[in-house]
Ligand binder design. Structure first.
Ligand code: FES
Ligand code: FE2
Length: 437
């Protein structure tokens, strides 16, 4: 690079740093610059500074129950990770990069295997990622102890689990998962620890659409305000209630959960009387009293584990269901979403079938709610690429002026009444904290 090009780049970097600083300041007024959503420079910075430094959800243990079972998942846009259970039952997370010349070792989404053979030159790795075979070894390397030299095999990715959820991180020095989740574990328990045996995850559905991952994560972090408009059909068909907004939003360190509360509702996330009457008793034993109290009066739970694991559990509609999803960034304006149906192991088989069918209908990739939301997210993302986007700031003021108080809330975190966009501001603060440090 010439000196002129270098100094031009330095000037542009300085301008961009200033824009990010301005974005962070605007959060003090509950405003988010629209350009921040799908700007290619933000996308690059997220790959450098966000995805490389967080715990990302990879899989649930129930997806790989047998020795040799594996799934292939991503951290951020580019890092492909193989999660495999070895013969002894230990789960390993292996970087999907061949130690020889960088080929992707495994291109399947899931399966069962005793080893992985690279499709390029055939280097072969055990289920623990150790290099165990090199074709034509003496022809290629003579007496060179090549197996010993590459004995480490595939690089290991750090993993940790909570309630069967396996998270991975590219950062060897990252804080433990327990402190990354912190007090949010209290809320994650509400959807994953209601029974002694916990959840099973069904194989996920995947779909790619033209929106930025942050608008989806932020929607799950906070947005009950849109439901009565975007999903108006659901009120017309009495799938959901038209009662006034009621509930509690909680934000903890970028993570968020929303408990939509309707007192006197016959169904709650721990009470499906017509499908599974024993659930209430199991939950009361398995949860702390405060958690049980919250679930007793909640109708719908939804939220987002920072950065990109969202969930919704609703007992509205015909059959209750629980779903988790990740938003994998593919491009500034393109996201692959991976959506899982989950249910407690102890649930009756008949309920599992009905619940799965209802999930597909409502929140599968062509689910009635899902397509409504994606349509909105696509147009916001497209607008964020416009020239006019520089002048627009997203308003996150809902709930700020009403200052509704939440009394006697038994859980931790920053709490606000519904509807509210406090958790959106907290989400964006966390994003900017990563981008600016
Ligand atoms: S790149 Fe994998 S064996 Fe050569
Ligand atoms: Fe929605």
């Amino acid at each position: 690079m010439t000196i002129e090009v270098l100094s031009e780049k330095k000037r542009e970097d300085g301008e961009f740093a200033h824009l990010l600083e301005d974005a962070e300041l605007s959060l003090n007024d509950n405003l988010v610059p629209l350009w921040l959503l799908a700007d290619p420079r933000v996308f690059d910075l997220e790959n450098q500074k966000l995805w490389s430094r967080v715990w990302s959800f990879l899989a649930h243990e129930s997806e790989i129950p047998q020795p040799g079972d594996y799934v292939v998942r991503n951290i951020g846009t580019y890092d492909s990770v193989i999660l495999i259970r070895d013969e002894e039952g230990t789960v390993h997370a292996l970087s999907n990069i061949c130690a020889h010349r960088g080929m992707r070792i495994c291109r399947a989404d899931l399966g069962n295997t005793s080893h992985f053979r690279c499709p390029y030159h055939g280097w072969t790795y055990s289920s623990e990622g150790k290099l165990i075979g090199i074709p034509y070894r003496t022809v290629a390397y003579a007496d060179e102890p090549i197996l010993e030299k590459y004995s480490e095999g595939l690089k290991r990715i750090r993993i940790d689990t909570y309630n069967g959820f396996i998270f991975g991180s590219l950062d060897g020095d990252i804080e433990p998962l327990s402190s990354f989740l912190g007090d949010f574990r209290w809320y994650l328990d509400l959807v994953s620890k209601r029974t002694p045996e916990g959840l099973i995850f069904y194989p996920p559905l995947r779909h790619v659409s033209n929106f930025n991952w942050k608008i989806a994560a932020e929607n799950f972090a906070c947005d009950s305000y849109h439901v009565k408009t975007t999903h108006r059909w659901a009120i017309s068909t009495q799938t959901i209630s038209d009662k006034p907004f009621g509930g509690v939003q909680v934000a903890i360190n970028g993570h968020a959960i929303n408990c939509n509360i309707t007192e006197g509702n016959p169904r709650t996330p721990i009470r499906y009387p017509e499908f599974w009457p024993q659930l209430t008793e199991l939950s009361e034993k398995n949860l702390a009293p405060g958690q049980f109290t919250v679930l007793k009066k909640t109708m719908t739970l939804f939220g987002n584990v920072f950065p990109n694991l969202s969930f919704i559990n609703t007992s509205q509609g015909n059959v209750p269901f629980l779903t988790f999803r990740t938003w994998k960034p593919i491009a500034p304006d393109k996201t692959e979403f991976c959506t899982w149906f989950a249910v407690e192991k102890e649930a009756p088989e008949d309920f599992k079938k009905k619940s799965y069918a209802y999930y597909i209908q409502q929140h599968g990739i062509a689910g009635a709610f899902e397509v409504d939301d994606v349509e909105i997210w696509k147009y916001i993302t497209a607008n964020s690429r416009s020239n006019e986007a520089r002048k627009v700031k997203l308003n996150c003021d809902v709930g700020f002026h009403t200052r509704s108080k939440v009394a006697d809330w038994p859980g931790p975190g920053k709490v606000a009444g519904h509807p509210n966009e406090m958790a959106a501001v907290e989400f964006w603060k966390k994003v900017l904290e990563h981008l600016r440090n």
